[in-house]
Ligand binder design. Structure first.
Ligand code: SF4
Length: 450
């Protein structure tokens, strides 16, 4: 795949199947903007899948979610370009996600899920075509063999529900190649072989897809470290490196919807609409009249983005810090960094508030209060903090389950839902998104009751 800055040339018109197997990088010329934009769109789909899976959505719900995500992000105004977008975005993300074991694991798992659900949406003819493209070494059983096992196949079909059909085409497959069908007792087994119905072949192709992609990612990583990274250090490398850590949601660098908050409201807003990370910092600041640098940055930029004006921010921080270090020392040592955050000092850059991924991957030391409580608190402290927000019972158990499986943002989303008694389908990706969504709900409730 060659990347150029020029206008795109017409793509190779070779007919491709609707669902690609991504066997080799296409010989397409891609504009640098598309290289990044397509990858971001695909990433939104993969992140949506990751969110759906970690929320425990059922296969049918996932099928619906995947087709909605695909429709929302992977369409192209020129339908003939859709296939190219699919293939290009996949190969760009291979570069992005080949670089560490963790990145490979996540990408492999999300791409395989995406493939699995897209395969299910294909017609039986396309599914057969894809199977033959994979060159799977399985043959359909012949009529004579079918007759000898027909009763057993019927038994399994009856026990696995109405969608199974014992009259369908069956493939004889070594049982270890379809572990999920075996574990779910959804296939008849005989002498080390599983009899896989046509409507179950998704397991076979998904296993094959995963194995091919896993090998390809290792090879891509070798190429990346040996040549591409240095060769592209001024052009693709910065994009590739930013894509695996980048925040893809709205820009919260400037206050928007609830664009001004005043000092007199800040305690009320902290308890009604701050996410746990900010609520914790806020409480610690009120309690100790001090926060270390990491905490000042995390809370300070958040407050700026929710609409606290510079003069109010200076007054707010001063009223707390002066109780500990005195007003004079505050003016000398701390007010500069607050003005700096608002772009009034130094390079005069308007600094952007931190997104969840940045807060979650921070490493607070002893005495620090920044970070994400779902990631950095002990279970006991998290329980207590959630209890203070009024979260208990089943909701609390669900949240702690998500934390144990390291789905911190999902845990935060569940907290939001429990506190506001409303769903948050987009999931929480940014503390300022939490604040805005909370304010919207509270405002609607106020209007309805006034
Ligand atoms: Fe804050 Fe995000 Fe963690 Fe929620 S998930 S507590 S918003 S960092």
């Amino acid at each position: 795949m060659e990347i150029v800055r020029s206008q795109r040339k017409p793509a190779d018109a070779a007919v491709a199947p609707a669902l690609s197997l991504y066997r080799s990088a296409p010989a397409l010329e891609v504009r640098l903007e598309d290289f990044e934009l397509y990858a971001i769109d695909r990433l939104r789909v993969l992140q949506g899948i990751s969110d759906g899976l970690s929320r425990g959505k059922k296969p049918q719900e996932m099928e619906k979610l995947v087709s909605e995500l695909w429709r929302a992000h992977m369409r192209h105004q020129d339908p003939s370009e859709e296939m190219n977008k699919d293939i290009i975005s996949h190969f760009v993300l291979r570069l992005v996600y080949c670089r560490t074991e963790d990145l490979r694991k996540w990408f492999l798992s999300m791409e395989t899920s995406l493939f699995r659900y897209r395969f299910r949406l294909e017609s039986p003819e396309s599914q057969r075509l894809l199977m033959s493209e994979f060159q799977l070494p399985y043959k359909a059983i012949n009529h004579a063999e079918f007759e000898t096992v027909k009763d057993k196949l019927n038994q399994v079909a009856r026990s696995t529900g109405p969608s199974s059909n014992a009259e369908a085409l069956f493939f004889k497959v070594p049982f270890e190649e379809v572990p999920e069908l075996v574990a779910g007792r959804r296939v008849f087994m005989l002498k080390g072989f599983a009899y896989v119905a046509m409507n179950q072949v998704v397991s076979l192709v998904a296993t094959q897809f995963r194995s091919n992609l896993s090998k390809a990612l290792v090879l891509t990583n070798r190429k990346w470290t040996s040549t591409i990274r240095d060769k592209e250090k001024n052009r693709l490398t910065p994009i590739v490196e930013a894509l695996s850590t980048g925040y893809l949601g709205p820009d919260y660098s400037q206050p928007k919807e609830f664009s001004e908050i005043s000092l007199k409201d800040i305690d009320r807003l902290a308890s009604s609409s701050f996410p746990l990370c900010m609520r914790h910092l806020f409480d610690k600041l009120r309690e100790n009249h001090h926060l270390k640098h990491g905490g000042r940055m995390q809370l300070g930029l958040f407050l700026k983005a929710v609409g606290l004006k510079l003069e109010d921010a200076l007054a707010f921080w001063k009223s707390e810090f002066s109780q500990k270090v005195g007003a004079e020392r505050f003016d000398k040592e701390y007010s500069y960094s607050i003005r700096h955050n608002y772009g009034k000092e130094g390079k005069r850059t308007d600094y952007t508030p931190y997104a969840c991924h940045k807060i979650i991957s921070s490493t607070p030391s002893v005495g620090d209060h920044h970070g994400c409580p779902y990631r950095h608190f002990s279970e006991e402290n998290l329980r207590a903090a959630l209890g203070k927000m009024g979260v208990g019972g089943r909701s609390l158990d669900d949240i702690l389950d998500k934390v144990r499986s390291r789905h911190y943002q999902v845990a935060c989303t569940l907290t939001f839902e429990a506190v506001h008694a409303a769903s948050c389908d987009s999931g929480i990706n940014h503390p300022n998104q939490y604040f805005e969504a909370s304010q919207k709900i509270l405002q609607t409730t106020r209007q309805a009751t006034s």
